[in-house]
Design a protein around this ligand. Structure first.
Ligand code: SF4
Length: 278
C-alpha cells in the first residue's frame, strides 16, 4: 500500500472542488534563458506543453499534497496544434551561434501516453534530433511511465546520451512520500526507473522537495542530506533541490492559510548547499 487512504481522500476532496476552474484550451508557453550546459555556457529553450496534466493529480487519489500545477493545464489539448507550434518555435528561435538545452515540461509526465500520446512524444524528440545546436534535452516523468520498451522506441529517434529524464522523487523516505506528500510511489520505484534510464543510455535528474508538510525544518534538512547520499550512490547525474512554494487549491495551501505551515528559510538552503558541497 503506497498511499495513506485518509490523507489521499482529504487531498482529493480539495482537488475535486478546484478542478472545474481549469481552462478548456491553452497555447504552448515557451521562453529562452541563459543556462549552464554540461560542458559550456549556453541557452535553454523551455517549453510548457498544454497537455491535460498529471494523471496522478487527476486520479481518485488526488495527486500530491503540495502540487497545484494541474489547475494550469487545459481540459482539451489538441496535439496537432501543439506539435506544429513546437516545430515553428524551434525553427524561429534556435540560433546557429549558440548551443542549447531544450526542456519540455508538461506539469505532469511527458512519458505518460495518456498525457502525451506516444506518437507525439516520438515526433517531438525526433524533431529535436534534427538540430545540431541542441546538445541536451530534458523531459520529466513519474517512475511508472519509465519502461524499457518505451525507452527503446525513443532511442530510435534521438541520441540517448543527450536526453535527461527528470523524476520528482521529493524524498527517499517512504513515510514522507506516503504521509506528507501522497506521492503514490516509493523510493524502490524511483530506483527501478533510474536504473532503466541508465541502462538505456540516458541521464537521470532527481528533484528533492525541501520542507514538505508535517516535516520540521530540521528534519527536512536531515532528509535532504540522507536522500542525496542514497541518490549519489545510485549514480544519478543531476539533483535539483526545490524549496517548497505554496500552490493554490492544495492541501498545503489550506494548512498555510490556517497558519499551520511555515515556508522554509533561505538560511537552511544555504546550510544545505554547504553541507552537500562537503
Ligand atoms: S508533483 Fe508531479 S506527480 Fe505530483 S501531482 Fe504534481 S505533477 Fe503530478
Amino acid at each position: 500500500m503506497k498511499i495513506n487512504k485518509n490523507f489521499a481522500e482529504r487531498i482529493n476532496y480539495i482537488r475535486e472542488a478546484e478542478l472545474p476552474s481549469r481552462a478548456q484550451s491553452r497555447k504552448v508557453v515557451f521562453w529562452e534563458e541563459d543556462t549552464r550546459l554540461l560542458s559550456r555556457q549556453g541557452k535553454a529553450l523551455v517549453f510548457i506543453l498544454p497537455t491535460r496534466g498529471c494523471s496522478w493529480a487527476l486520479s481518485g487519489s488526488g495527486g500530491c499534497s503540495i502540487c497545484g500545477y494541474i489547475y494550469d493545464n487545459p481540459q482539451q489539448p489538441d496535439f496537432t496544434i501543439i506539435l506544429s507550434s513546437f516545430q515553428k518555435i524551434l525553427r524561429n528561435k534556435l540560433n546557429k551561434e549558440f548551443t542549447y538545452s531544450v526542456k519540455i515540461f508538461t506539469s505532469g509526465s511527458f512519458l505518460d501516453n495518456k498525457e502525451v500520446p506516444e506518437e507525439f512524444q516520438l515526433k517531438m524528440l525526433e524533431e529535436l534530433s534534427q538540430y545540431e545546436v541542441i546538445k541536451e534535452v530534458v523531459v520529466e516523468s513519474r517512475p511508472e511511465y519509465i519502461k524499457d520498451s518505451s525507452l527503446k522506441k525513443i532511442s530510435e529517434k534521438i541520441d540517448m546520451s543527450i536526453l535527461e529524464i527528470a523524476i520528482g522523487l521529493e524524498s527517499s523516505n517512504n513515510s514522507i512520500l506516503m504521509n506528507s506528500i501522497n506521492k503514490g510511489f516509493f523510493w524502490e520505484d524511483f530506483e527501478r526507473a533510474a536504473i532503466t534510464i541508465k541502462e538505456n543510455g540516458a541521464r537521470v535528474k532527481a528533484y528533492l522537495l525541501f520542507k514538505p508538510p508535517f516535516v520540521s525544518e530540521y528534519d527536512s534538512i536531515r532528509d535532504i542530506l540522507l536522500s542525496i547520499t542514497k541518490i549519489v550512490s545510485l549514480g544519478i547525474d543531476t539533483i535539483s533541490i526545490n524549496a517548497i512554494s505554496i500552490h493554490r487549491g492544495t492541501f498545503l495551501s489550506q494548512l498555510f492559510e490556517k497558519n499551520e505551515y511555515r515556508t522554509p528559510w533561505l538560511w537552511s538552503l544555504l546550510y544545505l548547499c554547504r553541507e552537500i558541497k562537503e
